[in-house]
Design a protein around this ligand. Structure first.
Ligand SMILES: [Ca+2]
Length: 200
């Protein structure tokens, strides 16, 4: 009996470890947003995940921030979960994800958006956008792609885009922005960024 107890103890430890690891994986669930942290906006906007752009015009010379632009978590409407991101009033306002390392390949960004009386300002036709922005290793913007351009009044609708960046791009951000001078509001939710599967 003593020898059985002696030899079973390591096995017990191993099984306990395996069970805890499996339970931990189950509790963690699927990644929230894929490569993007808090893409569902179920948590407050932590600087380690999302930050407000505070200076500099964009590649078109448009402002990315104004004192009249607002961005916040909205617990009153959601395309998934319990809350979404609301961007409203008079632009500009821009929220950017933390830069995500890019090593080639095609990425897919998907999500849902809703608009309410969203009218363009300086940018023609559209008041807001979700964009993929490619940066070099020093953080300089060298490429971008519009994932979704927004205007008018629309219910929650899904969108998706694929993007491939030049080799000089070493990191990618997701930007959510109300363009300079635009009025109205829009909401974004359920953003997921992943490496796109290869075409068949
Ligand atoms: Ca959500």
């Amino acid at each position: 009996m003593e020898s059985n107890l002696y030899f079973s103890f390591p096995r017990f430890c191993f099984q306990l470890f395996a069970w805890l690891a499996a339970a931990g994986a189950l509790m963690a669930g699927p990644p929230d947003g894929g490569l993007l942290a808090n893409g569902g906006f179920e948590r407050f906007l932590a600087p380690a995940e999302w930050s407000f752009l505070r200076d500099g015009p964009d590649w078109n010379g448009f402002d990315v921030i104004a004192t009249t632009g607002h961005i916040e978590i909205d617990p009153t409407t959601a395309a998934e979960g319990h809350s979404s991101l609301k961007v409203w009033s008079v632009g500009a306002a821009t929220l950017a994800s933390q830069p995500i390392p890019y090593d080639g390949g095609t990425w897919r960004l998907s999500g849902q958006a809703r608009t309410e009386a969203l009218k363009p300002g300086r940018f023609p036709e559209y008041g807001g956008a979700v964009q993929l922005v490619g940066l070099d290793q020093d953080g300089k913007i060298i490429a971008h792609q519009d994932a979704k351009l927004l205007s008018g009044t629309r219910p929650w609708e899904p969108f998706a885009c694929r993007a491939t960046f030049p080799a000089t791009v070493k990191q990618v951000q997701v930007w959510i922005r109300l363009f300079q001078g635009a009025t109205g509001a829009f909401w974004v939710d359920g953003l997921t960024l992943d490496l796109a599967p290869s075409p068949l």
